[in-house]
Design a protein around this ligand. Structure first.
Ligand SMILES: [Zn+2]
Length: 307
C-alpha cells in the first residue's frame, strides 16, 4: 500500500514574520496517522490547534491566514507547500506568534527542516482527493481576468501563467508547468522566493505589513530591475514561486490532490475560493487510497522510496 508519512523526530527553526516582523519560534513535530496537518499557537495561555481545511482560511490578503475564533496564524503557504512537495500527511506545526517565519522567502528552508528530521512511513494508507470532474473559478474581465481550475488527472500537476507588466518579470518565463510525479519539487520549485516591488513597500509598511521583508527573504524590484545583488535563483523564479504558493494553498484542503491545476494570475484568494467551490461540489471528487503501489500515479511510488 502507498503509506502516509510524518517526520521521524522534532525539529526547530527561529525567524521573523514577513508581515509582522515579529520573532517567532517554529517547531515541527511528528503526528499519528490520520491526524493531518495541524497548526498550533503555543504562546497563548491555552494552546490553540487549527487543523487545515478550506473553511479555516479567514484572510487571503498578502498571504494565506488560518483562524479559529480570535486566534490567527498568518502566512502558512510556504510550509504547507513543503509538506505537499515532500508528501507529508501528518504533522504538528507549533508557533510562538501569529505568523509563520518567512526564513529565506521560499520553501527550501522548510524542506531542509523536514528532510533533516527524516521522513517516517506510517502504517495507514495515504488518502488522496481525486478530481472526478472540472471545477473552476473566474473573476474579472479583460485585463482584470483571473481564473483557476482543477481537472481530473491521474497524478498531480500544476500549470501557472503570470502577467506582470514589469521589465524584470517580462524578460523571464511567465508560464511554467510542474508535474509532481515526473519533476523534482526540491530542485525545481522549493527555492523560488516571494517577490515584491519597492513602490509597494512603503504602502504595505504604513499598513503594518512587510515589516520583516527585505533582500534576505524576497526578490525586490524597483520600476526597472531586480535589486538583489545575487539576481535570480531560477530564470523563471517568479512563476515558479506562484506554483510553490498554489501547492501550499491547495494543500490546505487536507489531502494531496489527484488533479491538474491550471491558473492565470491567480493568488491566495482565488486559490481558496477554488477549494471552497470544490468542497461545495461534492460529486466532483472522492477520496481514494492505493492498496498496491503500482496502481498509484507514475513517480509517486518512486518518490516514496526516494523521500
Ligand atoms: Zn509565497
Amino acid at each position: 500500500m502507498l503509506q502516509q508519512r510524518t517526520i521521524k523526530s522534532l525539529t526547530r527553526a527561529v525567524g521573523v514574520g514577513l508581515h509582522s516582523g515579529q520573532r517567532v519560534e517554529l517547531t515541527l513535530r511528528p503526528a499519528q496517522a490520520n491526524t493531518g496537518i495541524v497548526f498550533r499557537r503555543v504562546d497563548l495561555p491555552e494552546p490553540v490547534d487549527i487543523p487545515v481545511n478550506a473553511e479555516a482560511v479567514v484572510d487571503t490578503r498578502m498571504a494565506s491566514t488560518l483562524g479559529k475564533g480570535d486566534v490567527r496564524i498568518h502566512t502558512v503557504e510556504h510550509v504547507m507547500s513543503a509538506c505537499a512537495g515532500l508528501g507529508i500527511d501528518n504533522l504538528y506545526i507549533d508557533v510562538t506568534a501569529e505568523e509563520i517565519p518567512i526564513l529565506d522567502g521560499s520553501s527550501a528552508s522548510f524542506v531542509f527542516l523536514l528532510q533533516s528530521a527524516g521522513i517516517e512511513l506510517q502504517n495507514a494508507p495515504k488518502r488522496f482527493l481525486r478530481l472526478l470532474k472540472p471545477v473552476e473559478i473566474r473573476q474579472g474581465e479583460g485585463s482584470n481576468l483571473k481564473w483557476a481550475r482543477l481537472d481530473p488527472y491521474h497524478g498531480y500537476k500544476l500549470r501557472f501563467e503570470i502577467d506582470f507588466a514589469h521589465p524584470a518579470v517580462d524578460s523571464t518565463g511567465q508560464m511554467f508547468e510542474f508535474d509532481l510525479g515526473a519533476g523534482n519539487y526540491t530542485r525545481d520549485i522549493a527555492r523560488a522566493r516571494t517577490f515584491g516591488f519597492t513602490k509597494d513597500v512603503e504602502m504595505l509598511r504604513s499598513n503594518g505589513l512587510a515589516l520583516g521583508g527585505g533582500l534576505d527573504n524576497a526578490i525586490v524590484m524597483d520600476d526597472y530591475k531586480v535589486l538583489n545583488s545575487d539576481g535570480l535563483r531560477y530564470d523563471d523564479e517568479f512563476v515558479k514561486h506562484k506554483i510553490l504558493d498554489a501547492m501550499g494553498d491547495l494543500y490546505i484542503v487536507g489531502y494531496p490532490l489527484l488533479a491538474a491545476y491550471s491558473a492565470f494570475r491567480s493568488g491566495h484568494g482565488l486559490n481558496n475560493l477554488l477549494l471552497r467551490e470544490l468542497m461545495q461540489q461534492r460529486d466532483a471528487w472522492d477520496i481514494v487510497t492505493f492498496e498496491h503501489v503500482r496502481e498509484a500515479p507514475q513517480g509517486f511510488a518512486q518518490a516514496a522510496l526516494a523521500w
